[in-house]
Design a protein around this ligand. Structure first.
Ligand SMILES: [Zn+2]
Length: 170
């Protein structure tokens, strides 16, 4: 059991595929807030779990390709294999899923390295209306967001993201 953003109690179940002939695994309660130590961590956890719902969408693949896996904030390109394979993450600016309802569209997605993705998801990096990246904690300028032709980032998503973190609890 958990309590949703609007105060309703929510009963959650983890669905497991049962293979014919196999003994079903024992039922286990799901605790979405396990390990959450502070209200802020709890808030961040909910926000992030919603964002990760569609991380491997067509849009995610497209944005990684547009930037050749190079982070739009710090310009890092992580090489993860001898063959030169690179790793990046598609980050929704406004989180998708309830209650944020961000769109899974190219206009709402950035190609980021895991560090910048984690910071953005927690509001520690935010975007201005000029698409400058600022430190969400201190408000200091961090970088100009890299943007290639054909990637028209929606200013409304940056605003929603800032609004989201303007109301953080801690
Ligand atoms: Zn980065």
């Amino acid at each position: 059991m958990t309590v949703g953003q609007e105060g309703f109690r929510i009963c959650q179940f983890k669905l497991l595929k049962i293979v014919p002939g196999q003994v079903p695994p024992p039922r286990q309660p799901v605790d979405p807030l396990a390990g959450a130590e502070t209200t802020f961590e709890e808030q961040a956890r909910r926000y992030i779990s919603q964002d990760r719902l569609v991380r491997d969408s067509r849009v995610a693949v497209a944005v990684k390709k547009l930037y050749d896996n190079t982070c739009q904030i710090c310009r890092e390109r992580l090489i993860v294999s001898p063959a030169g394979e690179a790793y990046s993450e598609a980050a929704h600016i406004q989180a998708v899923g309830k209650p944020h309802h961000g769109a899974d569209r190219l206009e709402n997605v950035l190609c980021l390295c895991p560090n910048c993705h984690a910071l953005l998801d927690r509001g520690a990096l935010q975007l201005t209306d000029d698409f400058h990246v600022i430190n969400g904690v201190t408000g200091q300028f961090r970088a100009v967001l890299a943007q290639v032709k054909g990637h028209n980032i929606g200013i409304e998503f940056a605003r929603k993201h800032r609004e989201r973190w303007a109301n953080r609890l801690q």
